[in-house]
Design a binder for this molecule. Sequence first.
Ligand code: PAF
Length: 293
Amino acid sequence: MIKATTIEQVREAISQAREKLRQTNQQDGSNLIGFVPTMGALHAGHFSLIDTARRECGFVVVSIFVNPTQFGPNEDYERYPRPLEQDLAGCESHGVDLVFVPTVEQMYPAGFSTTVRVSGVTEMMEGQFRPGHFDGVCTVVAKLFSIVGADVAYFGAKDYQQAVVIKRMVADLNLPIRIVVCPTVREKDGLAMSSRNTYLNKHERAQAVSLYESLQLAEQLIRNGQRNAKEIIRAVRRHLAEHAPLGKIDYVAVVDPESLQPVDEIKDDVVVALAVRFPSARLIDNIRVDVKS
Ligand code: PAF
């Protein structure tokens, strides 16, 4: 496994990998370069993205970069976990070919003045509660796509809105990369895997399970015929208020899976998404429910 810390090293390694893949000239996807952008503190969710990339591509790149521009002033940039040695060992054991670990100065040198801003799908939910967050995400992801030049990039469905925003950016900027969204990986009790789960104390951790429970309740209500989104939201909020009293709800939303616009009457496919702020960590989760399936 190659560890690159500079953009030049990545470009050199990628051009050599392309040359090798070209020589083997496979038709089964093994000539593709797959990319998993991360902020490190890798867990089973990340490893499932890496494993999917490994199965589908001939060369797998992971970036580890805690991107300062996507954190708000009072968020957890400083304390975000950075277990680099452990992450590198994890990448190695999952067959990653190249890990890119840039410094903040590499990514944002003095004079850096460009922001990639997607409108519309960034404005609700996370965008409403974390102003500027998606500008930071889009800017760094656009840069990483440009540096790595991969064919396919893998994102987790847990950050559902992020995946929609990135797909929009890729389409709007005609970036030559395909976005694959992989299922959320959960702990045994249903809590969605997240690097931020480690912040939770044992009382918060015990209550955090109610996020997924409330989403399962939403799914059950929809499958039992409830079509009024307000009723779903009310039931989810009630469940959270009862079972996660340490958490403050930022939002519970029932939205169209593509436009992310709120849905009033559920007709087919919706995403139920929520964010809950515990004293030690803010958690998000979502579930997609297709009444036709
Ligand atoms: O999902 C994340 O970990 C980050 O938002 C990403 C996509 C790596 C950009 O910093």
